[in-house]
Design a binder for this molecule. Structure first.
Ligand SMILES: [Zn+2]
Length: 445
């Protein structure tokens, strides 16, 4: 790639990134003065300081949930949605470099947040700075919005959307190139019901993972084991415990996994009478798409609905089933919930919403996507098609936003891992791509 940005702006960007990575902006909910802890507050203030040094107007939410920095004039508001929080640097001893200190070595930028999301955010910010340095005039306002709670519950963007102006269109530098234009809706739910005196279950698991293992210990364990073995499921016995094995995948790829818990529930439903067992048996055995309840829910941009039965706990008082549904972008979530609730009518089961993230969908022929794609392809020659995935970025929080970079083909995804790093070439090329994209979208020609 031919660089048009100067060494000077590249160096300034890396210096700013060093300031950002030095702040361990990990969630701390035990601080009474800030919503997400003092380090995140410090990080928010640091980001604002950086933006002020670039001549932007800034604002920090007095409650500490978000901040933003803006430059330019006009009605339209172009957004760059970033997040300043990072996941903890677990196993700090395994790191080759201190996680909260930027190390530039072996042609890479090392440190927690270098790839997710401080590196890409800085690349976008200094791409804008480079354009302004080169004398380009903005044709609208450009606002960098800094979220502080992306790695957990997105409370930052909930507050932003309650109180602040939505962008007209925008990009989210928190994923991969070329761009993500469709992300399924995410609905996590609980189905609660009565307990059981016949059996107990304690299969807890993360909602976003298809369970690879499910265990049962108790009454009729022999028969449960026999049923599973006769059904050709992978099953072991350890003493008085049955262990069913499946294949774990991310919930968004539930149709490529093998849900051990659903197999166990199927076996248990042969022995015990309980509404939650019936519900799963009737609806989700051999059907991760929930067609028995919803019919075929599918669309061209994002594929089929998937349903992951993630955990089930049953004791003598209550039962709780937890599920993770990935909803196609053109499907109506409220309709699906209505249908689900109807299917529970007459049983003792109740629906409870746990978490919901709306889908993201920007049509491929929109100005935003055609422009971003053209710029990206011209610069890189990479003709990879735009991505439709079940992942989640802030692009879902506002209309007309897409995830754009910064992970490139062939670059290792080290986000959330030990020795998180962004290769220098990836960093410089990302700045270049963002500069050209912003030039095309927000400057006067
Ligand atoms: Zn991120």
């Amino acid at each position: 790639m031919n660089y048009t940005l100067t060494n000077q702006v590249q160096e300034e960007a890396i210096k700013a990134l060093a300031d950002w990575i030095a702040i361990p902006s990990v969630l701390d909910e035990n601080d009474s003065n800030t919503p997400f802890g003092q380090p995140i507050q410090d990080m928010l203030e640091q980001a604002i300081t950086t933006c002020e040094s670039l001549g932007m107007k800034t604002f920090i939410d007095p409650d500490g949930y978000y901040g933003y920095a803006e430059i330019g004039e006009g009605e339209d508001l172009f957004g760059v949605l970033c997040h300043l929080d990072v996941v903890p640097a677990e196993n700090e001893n395994d790191w080759s470099y201190p996680p909260f200190e930027l190390t530039v070595e072996k042609d890479a930028l090392y440190g927690r947040g270098s790839q997710d999301d401080k590196g890409p955010s800085i690349a976008a910010l200094y791409a804008l700075k480079a354009l302004l340095d080169q004398g380009y005039q903005l044709n609208q306002r450009v606002r960098f919005i800094f979220g502080t709670d992306e790695e957990t519950l997105w409370r930052c963007m909930d507050k932003y959307n309650e109180k602040e102006e939505a962008v007209t269109m925008g990009i989210v530098p928190d994923s991969a190139f070329p761009l993500t234009y469709a992300e399924k809706g995410l609905l996590q739910l609980h189905i609660t019901g009565p307990g059981s005196n016949d059996f107990t279950l304690n299969n807890k698991g993360a909602l976003n993972v298809v369970p690879a293992k499910a265990e049962y210990e108790g009454q009729d364990v022999e028969q449960v084991y026999d049923y599973l073995e006769n059904s050709h499921y992978q099953v072991d016995k350890e003493g008085n415990k049955v262990i069913v094995h499946g294949k774990s995948v991310h919930s968004k790829d539930a149709d490529q996994g093998d849900n051990a818990l659903v197999h166990l529930i199927e076996a248990l439903s042969e022995r015990f009478d309980h509404p939650v067992l019936d519900f799963v048996k009737k609806n989700f055995v051999n059907d991760v798409h929930g067609q028995n309840i919803f019919g075929l829910i599918e669309d061209e941009p994002s594929g089929k609905l998937t349903c992951n039965v993630a955990s089930l706990e049953v004791n003598n008082q209550t039962s709780k089933l937890a599920m993770d549904l990935r909803i196609p972008v053109t499907a109506d979530k409220e309709e699906l919930v209505k249908t689900l609730c109807q299917s529970l009518e007459g049983s003792e089961l109740k629906y409870e919403e746990f978490d919901y993230l709306a889908s993201l969908y920007v049509p491929l022929d929109s100005e935003l996507i055609t422009t971003l794609l053209r710029v990206y392809r011209d610069l890189t020659g990479d003709m990879t098609e735009p991505i439709s995935s079940g992942g989640a970025t802030f692009a879902r929080t506002m209309k007309n936003c897409v995830a754009f970079g910064a992970l490139q083909e062939g670059v290792a995804d080290t986000m959330h891992q030990v020795d998180e790093k962004m290769p220098l070439v990836n960093f410089y090329e990302t700045m270049e791509i963002y500069a050209h994209a912003l030039k095309a979208l927000v400057t006067k020609s």
